[in-house]
Design a protein around this ligand. Structure first.
Ligand code: F0G
Length: 421
């Protein structure tokens, strides 16, 4: 072992182990063997192109917003999200070759940053002074951050009491004005469209096609990471249907360019209590009928998805499917993804629950190559996570609860032995 522990008081050295204090009582520090190392090695490990091409969105600029001048680009940068495989999750869903691309690793903790960097840059190009969106939380968090960076006023419309505190706190902290709408996301969506028309606010929901252009980069980056080898399936949670629309557009564009040989099938997964798109698809109806949404996955608690016309085309063109999963199935899948060390917010886990359901029905075969998109970070909705583990989540009985234990006075080791059993 070339590295050692050394006492900061008496310089005595130790082999690194589980003792962290010197016999003299001093703290230990790690010392490495001296090396000669050329700085060019670390230089070569950095993305050589810098901003904006270090962004997992703007790397594909020519396919997203080719005409935009570079000095208009508002980027953190975003993307460059990891793809994970975990045996426990594969076993849970019954598909050995399952991967999860974690869009919760974006700057504000959700995939929304990919569309937002493009649409806010476009707002700057157009000389907008103020931007607005309706949101179940993540869009507002993302918009508020990018508006702050661009020096634009931001106004977000949220369904009152319906969005998680993590997301609400982001919108407030980044400085957007928060307007609470009594009603659902769908009411907020209607109001923001009226307000934008009347007050000249630049609208940043995924009805804005630039948002969809940015979200295409989830597929560009995924295929790039896989050496342009397509999986059999891409499975995505579905709310307002911006992602479903963007993924199909991206994949068809890559096929057209000849960068991929096969277009993966897209599976769009809704929450059972908020599944108008599933109802439309499964009944073969030609238009969508809105529903009153109800689900623990507040991010996708949407009864009247704006992009359904784009999304249904994508399902047809990719020979895709639409399904729905219950709140218990969502939270069970989340508990398994969380316990694998990857972690995600409830809506994201709909994709994993969806694979499990489609595999159990034989739609997805156990030997197929499947990628789930995890759309948001675990920390976005701690109320739902704590509610699950403490058995306090309405309508959900957890199979993997992990509630905190109270240390009993004077019985430390007895309590701990019981926990560690
Ligand atoms: N997952 C998460 C974490 C989301 O925040 C959303 C949408 C979706 C999935 C659904 O994606 O709308 O493209 O089908 N959240 C929006 C919001 C509606 O306002 O943050 P979609």
């Amino acid at each position: 072992m070339p590295s050692k522990f050394r006492c900061i008081r008496c310089s005595r050295e130790y082999e690194p182990g589980s003792v962290f204090r010197c016999e003299c009582g001093g703290l230990l520090e790690v010392v490495h063997e001296p090396i000669k190392w050329d700085r060019s090695v670390v230089d070569s490990r950095l993305c050589p192109m810098g901003v904006p091409y270090s962004s997992g969105v703007w790397r594909y600029k020519e396919l997203i917003h080719p005409g935009l001048a570079q000095n208009m680009i508002v980027t953190r940068p975003e993307g460059n999200t990891n793809v994970y495989t975990r045996k426990s999750v594969s076993e849970f869903v019954g598909v050995a070759n399952l991967a999860m691309k974690h869009e919760g690793e974006n700057p504000t903790g959700s995939f929304k940053d990919r569309g937002m960097t493009v649409a806010v840059s476009e707002a700057v190009r157009q000389g907008a002074k103020a931007v607005a969106c309706a949101s179940t939380g993540n869009t507002s968090a993302s918009m508020a951050a990018y508006a702050a960076q661009a020096g634009l006023k931001g106004v977000v419309f949220i369904p009152e009491g319906e969005i998680s505190y993590g997301k609400l706190s982001q919108a407030m902290a980044y400085g957007s004005k928060v307007v609470q709408v009594p009603g659902s996301f769908d009411d907020a969506m209607r109001i923001v469209q009226e307000a934008s028309r009347e007050l000249g606010l630049y609208l940043l929901n995924s009805i804005n096609p630039w948002r969809v252009e940015g979200q295409k980069s989830i597929m560009f980056e995924l295929l790039h990471q896989r050496g342009w080898e397509s999986p059999d399936w891409v499975v995505v949670p579905a709310g307002n249907l911006g992602n479903t629309s963007a993924f199909g557009k991206a994949l068809l564009e890559l096929a057209e360019l000849g960068w991929i040989e096969k277009v993966p099938r897209i599976a769009s997964i809704q929450a059972e209590g908020a599944s108008p798109f599933y109802k439309m698809w499964s009944s073969g109806a030609s238009s969508l009928e809105s529903v009153k949404p109800e689900t623990v996955a507040t991010a996708i608690k949407i009864g009247n998805p704006v992009s359904w016309e784009k999304a249904i085309r994508v399902i047809m063109e990719t020979e895709g499917v639409v399904d729905h999963v219950s709140d218990s199935e969502i939270m069970e899948a989340k508990a398994v993804v969380d316990a694998s060390g990857v972690g995600c917010e409830p809506a994201s886990a709909a994709s994993v629950a969806g694979v499990r359901k489609l595999a159990s029905k034989g739609v997805i075969k156990p030997d197929e190559d499947v990628v789930c998109i995890l759309t948001g970070n675990l920390l976005k909705d701690s109320d739902a996570t704590i509610g699950y583990h403490t058995g306090k989540l309405k309508g959900v009985s957890g199979k993997h609860p992990n509630a905190p234990t109270r240390l009993e006075d004077g019985a430390v080791s007895t309590s701990l032995r019981r926990i560690l059993k």
